[in-house]
Design a protein. Structure first.
Lengths: 493, 139
């Protein structure tokens, strides 16, 4: 019986009017929210002036229970007018600080809500957040849960896939539809206030430039993939100018200094996050002349870290029909993308064998490791053969041709780098020596007194090795490999 | 109170529920990414169905205005949440419909339905498993 009465009362309440302080009649269904301010309670109505009501907010909360819900100590909002939730930004700039778990939980219970009939956003504070979530049947204010894993990954990285559903069904040949889509979702055309609604910096009422750049790059990539945006003319900088010039016209948020943010963000998205590849944007590989895919044995690669070896390894590779790549120090990611794709096209899924020429020093080994790492993304690596190692140099010459990589002072476990070496360089060199070399020919120690020793780790340039020996080693290794290949092939009947 | 009166009250309560459903809004993905969660008025929804775009399974809420909204909840989970809602019922493996939005019906091997504001009918919206219950609710 009481349930029945409650329901009838609730239905009747929506048809009732409240009486304002001045005797005005205020239909309950016209009220958007009640706000407590200046010592009174006011009813906000769509398109009309606020009406002051008698009593306090607590009393109205009880009376309007089931139709209105409290979101803040000052606000009671009409439930059926709630449209959506938004991130709640502080009104005053906040200091950047690490939040405790309790503070993070509290933030999770805070948001702003929009209500039908007003453009004003109403705050929801942690005190009332939990109850409001329960009433609305949600567990999160800041995203729709359950969340698609790809949406989650994008959200956590600060990316928005604007209009993805429309993009998915968009016919790229329909020019009018493409134009309409771009007019609606092109970040470059957003005005400042729209930018702010998506990319506001938390704690301040300003646009987060890095987030804008990140999203611009991501949108560009999505549109190139879809075929509704032309790839770059090959130059990364021209992509930056394309973005910057349009943004300067519309929302004027990027300055010339942001070019560094652009480069570092692009690098982060490609190299750390692996969201896409440089090649996807149509950027050209400046190192293209220094690599080749072999016609006979494309899955065998002759690689050198030095451009100075170009003619030498090109000749060797041509003779044997193998692939080659000449790096200029650490392999450029874009070069690896192109080289790796070319290898895939020519040798399919065959595992790769790499014959490598690199300096016998930490940098040389790092370059070789990164070359392998780059290729491993798309290929199986059968073997890496070092054509240059310590054994290639005559023992009596090592002390003459070696050069110091780092020097440091050591006493027991204490280590002090000797300038210009830094501690990082010393650590790297020591671990290279201990894990890869461990040969006293490349380590010298001198007593300094007081228990201290000056230790020097040495390296040797690959240029100091006899090219004939490198060539012999390569040919011998290649022969062994090819013989194994022949043996592995089933005999033709 | 006699048993007859209790039954009567139950019926009144049910009728009231029809006028004032226990759930009025459903959280869905907003159209504008600036918003985090959008609360869709269930009274505007014609039907709820499954949809797979770009390799992701979602549930689509089709409104009489022709706009579609999406949720990552499965249809069965939505059905559970709307169990008490007198306007909604499951009518096939792929559809949950709003009975108040039906504007036409065609008997085929199953039932094709026309909804308010939507030109094209939904073919096989009611399948044999749910037909008896559907017809009962329509009466």
């Amino acid at each position: 019986m009481s349930e029945l009465l409650k329901r009838i009362e609730k239905i009747l309440l929506t048809e009732r009017s409240l009486i304002g302080k001045e005797g005005e009649f205020v239909p309950v269904k016209d009220i958007i929210y009640l706000v407590s301010k200046r010592g009174g309670v006011f009813a906000a109505l769509a398109g009309k002036k606020e009406v002051e009501l008698p009593g306090n907010l607590n009393a109205w909360e009880k009376l309007l229970s089931g139709l209105f819900v409290q979101t803040h100590r000052q606000y009671l909002v009409a439930l059926d007018r709630i449209e959506g939730t938004f991130e709640r930004f502080p009104e005053e700039p906040e200091e950047e600080k690490r939040l405790t778990r309790a503070e993070l939980r509290a933030k999770d219970d805070e948001c702003e809500i929009s209500l039908r009939g007003t453009t004003k956003r109403i705050p929801v504070t942690a005190v009332y957040g939990q109850k409001l979530k329960k009433t609305l049947g949600i567990t999160r204010f800041h995203y729709l849960a359950p969340e698609n894993p790809s949406d989650r990954a994008l959200r956590l990285y600060g990316l928005i896939d604007f209009g993805w559903r429309e993009l998915y069904s968009l016919d790229k040949r329909d020019k009018a539809a493409v134009e309409a889509f771009k007019a609606k979702w092109d970040i470059k055309l957003f005005d400042k206030s729209r930018m702010l609604s998506y990319f506001r910096l938390f704690g301040a009422n300003v646009i987060n430039t890095k987030r804008v750049i990140k999203n611009l790059i991501y949108q560009m990539w999505r549109w190139i993939q879809k075929g509704i945006e032309e790839p770059s003319d090959g130059n990364i900088r021209s992509l930056w100018y394309k973005i910057k010039s349009v943004l300067a016209q519309h929302s004027n948020i990027l300055g010339s200094g942001d070019v560094d943010t652009f480069y570092s963000t692009l690098q982060e998205m490609v190299e750390d996050q692996e969201l896409f590849r440089y090649k996807d944007f149509g950027f050209m590989d400046m190192n293209e002349p220094y690599r080749w895919i072999g016609k006979k044995n494309p899955e065998i690669i002759l690689a050198s870290e030095k451009l100075g070896h170009y003619l030498f390894i090109k000749k060797l590779a041509d003779e044997q029909g193998v692939s080659f790549i000449c790096l200029k120090g650490e392999p450029a990611v874009i070069s690896m993308e192109y080289f790796s794709d070319d290898l895939t096209a020519k040798c399919g899924g065959k595992p790769l064998t790499i014959f490598s020429i690199s300096d016998v020093d930490p940098a040389g080994y790092s370059i070789e490791r990164n070359l392998v790492k780059g290729l491993e993304k798309a290929h199986q690596i059968n073997k890496v053969v070092k054509l240059v190692d310590l054994s290639i140099y005559p023992a009596d010459l090592v002390s003459l041709i070696r050069y110091p990589v780092v020097s440091y002072e050591r006493k027991g476990d204490q280590v002090k780098p000797l300038p210009p070496a830094t501690m990082g360089q010393v650590t790297k060199a020591r671990s290279w020596f201990e894990e890869e070399i461990n040969d006293e020919q490349l380590l010298t120690e001198k007593d300094k007194g007081g228990g201290w020793k000056v230790v020097t780790i040495h390296g040797i340039e690959s240029d100091a090795a006899e090219r004939d020996i490198i060539e012999d080693r390569f040919k011998a290794g290649l022969n062994r490999l090819l013989k194994r290949k022949v043996r592995a092939k089933p005999a033709k009947k | 109170m006699s048993r007859g009166e209790t039954d009567l009250l139950k019926q009144v309560l049910e009728k009231l529920m029809y006028l004032d459903p226990p759930i009025k809004k459903f959280p869905v993905t907003p159209e504008d990414p600036a918003m985090a969660v959008y609360f869709l008025d269930l009274k505007d929804v014609c039907y709820i169905t499954t949809k797979s775009d770009q390799g992701r399974d979602e549930t689509m809420f089709m409104t009489s205005g022709g706009k579609a909204y999406f949720s990552n909840l499965r249809l069965t989970e939505i059905e559970k949440r709307l169990k008490e809602h007198p306007h909604y019922m499951r009518t096939s493996k792929f559809y949950l419909i709003n009975l108040t939005k039906i504007r036409g019906l065609k008997v085929s091997s199953a039932r094709d339905l026309w909804f308010e504001g939507i030109k094209e009918p939904v073919a096989n919206a009611v399948t044999s498993t749910y037909l008896a219950e559907f017809e009962k609710k329509l009466q």
